[in-house]
Design a protein around this ligand. Structure first.
Ligand code: SF4
Length: 475
């Protein structure tokens, strides 16, 4: 075993010195640069990270600059990379470095490990690459390489195995070369000993690779599968402004904590009636997929009308926002590690914000409707379908049908100023004034935005794509 270990360390280091990639974070060994790169590279490909890294370092070149920046700017710079808690933790860690260590990342493994967002892998990477300390940096790539080279069949999903592999990795570090050796291990995993097709014939350690000699390079490492993410159907609204808000849509900021905390999004709700359909999704890749907008060529399917009903009611009950869904716009999907959002997005007309008593009045019918009982028992003829010629760009030639029915339980008063005119209760001027006034009174956390405003607000990928698709359609 000793021979195989010495051989591994020596050959790997020599190979790295010849074949290592030129990457922006390898320009020098500044611990801040190493830290940022390691956080960005978690669960993200090198090619994807490079432009983000360069932008981020140009905008926040030092720990102090990152610590002092508004969170919104940090998230904006991270927008598209996903896993936004990484960005928040990185900034919180930078603030800790400023407060505790005067803005200088200490050459001390315990102190580095105590910073927000730094786990065993990042601690090892920072300490070894920046300070050349003999600390292991064991991630999935490294576990794969070691499992194969030493033909280890322990389950790498288990913490116990990771700890054993960390001990093994430390014992392999050649004296005085911790930084290069750890990077060499990562580089071999990324370029040669890849997950599905290891390039054994070009591998510098092939000669003593026990996994390959045993014919197990494609079987190893052993990893038990994580629980598949749960599928969740959600209904989202593109609520369009009118009058002084023409060309704008309504967005809201997510809560202070939890999933995608403080990021911006379109209003959306869990599709209660579809909730029972929540089921594990198998074989999914971590991607964001946004379909092209859909066009209708006839009467709206009953199911779609019902979903529009549920969206209108749920928005009113959850946010006091009364908006009338007009037509299905598109579908989108976003995969988190534990959940998959299946989104149906509807274009909506802004109504107004309900008083609390009105909201409460709706709650009961919402609960019934969310279970699908009330709506499913009503004949589709309860809802009037009208053709909406030319009112929305892109619908004129599609023969679009839009829903103009009234959701069960919604207040009797006109949902919109336009409906007020139709009912003869408002003149056109009064309707415009009323609508202007209503559009200024939004629920907490909501605001109107134009395309330009998106430059300042951070959106999760899925909403970024939906909104970009929407703005493109408006041109
Ligand atoms: S010989 Fe093959 S399996 Fe072994 S470390 Fe190299 S690439 Fe991986």
């Amino acid at each position: 075993m000793m021979d195989a270990k010495k051989f591994f360390s020596k050959e790997l280091l020599s190979w790295f010195h010849i074949y290592k990639r030129t990457l922006p974070w390898r320009q020098n060994r500044d611990p801040y640069r190493v830290w940022v790169s390691e956080i960005m590279l978690q669960q993200t490909r090198v090619d994807t990270v490079i432009p983000y890294y360069e932008r981020f370092m140009a905008r926040f070149p030092t720990v102090a600059a990152l610590a002092a920046a508004p969170e919104e700017e940090v998230l904006k710079c991270w927008e598209g990379l996903g896993y936004y808690s990484r960005a928040r933790n990185l900034q919180a860690g930078a603030q800790e470095v400023v407060e505790r260590y005067g803005g200088v990342i200490p050459d001390d493994a315990e102190a580095v490990a105590g910073l927000k967002g730094i786990g065993p892998y990042t601690r090892g990477a920072v300490m070894s690459i920046a300070f050349n300390r003999a600390e292991p940096a064991v991630d999935g790539n490294v576990m794969r390489v070691l499992s194969r080279y030493f033909c280890l069949e322990d389950d790498i999903a288990k913490n116990k195995t990771r700890i054993q592999l960390e001990k093994l990795a430390v014992s392999l570090i050649p004296d005085g070369h911790a930084g290069d050796f750890n990077q060499a291990l990562m580089e071999l995993g990324a370029l040669v000993c890849t997950p599905k097709s290891p390039g054994c014939l070009t591998c510098p350690v092939m000669e003593h690779c026990a996994g390959r000699l045993a014919g197990k390079e494609l079987v190893l490492p052993i990893k038990t599968k994580a629980k598949p993410p749960r599928e969740e159907r959600r209904l989202a609204a593109i609520v369009e402004g009118s009058g002084s808000q023409t060309g704008k849509v309504l967005v809201r900021q997510r809560p202070e904590s939890g999933l995608l905390a403080r990021m911006w999004e379109l209003p959306h709700v869990l599709d209660g009636a579809a909730g029972a359909e929540s089921k594990p999704a198998r074989g999914r890749k971590r991607t964001v997929r946004t379909n092209r907008p859909q066009e209708h060529t006839g009467a709206l399917p009953e199911q779609e009308v019902l979903r529009m009903e549920r969206l209108g009611l749920a928005l009113a009950v959850e946010s006091r926002l009364l908006a009338r869904p007009l037509a299905h716009w598109m579908e989108a999907e976003h995969v988190f590690s534990h959940i998959i959002w299946k989104l149906d997005i509807f274009r909506c007309e802004f109504g107004f914000v309900l008083e609390e008593e009105e909201r409460q009045r709706l709650e009961h019918s919402y609960e019934v409707t969310a279970r699908g009982e009330m709506l499913a028992s009503e004949a589709p003829s309860s809802y009037t379908l009208h053709r909406l010629d030319g009112e929305y760009p892109g619908t004129e030639d599609a023969g679009s049908w839009v829903y103009t029915g009234r959701a069960s339980g919604l207040p009797d008063e006109a949902l919109t100023a336009a409906a007020g005119i139709a009912a003869g209760t408002l003149t056109e001027v009064e309707a415009e004034e009323l609508q202007e006034e209503r559009q200024q009174q939004l629920p907490d956390g909501y605001r109107w935005i134009s395309r330009e405003d998106m430059d300042e607000l951070a959106f999760p990928n899925v909403f970024l794509r939906i909104l970009n698709s929407y703005w493109e359609q408006q041109l």
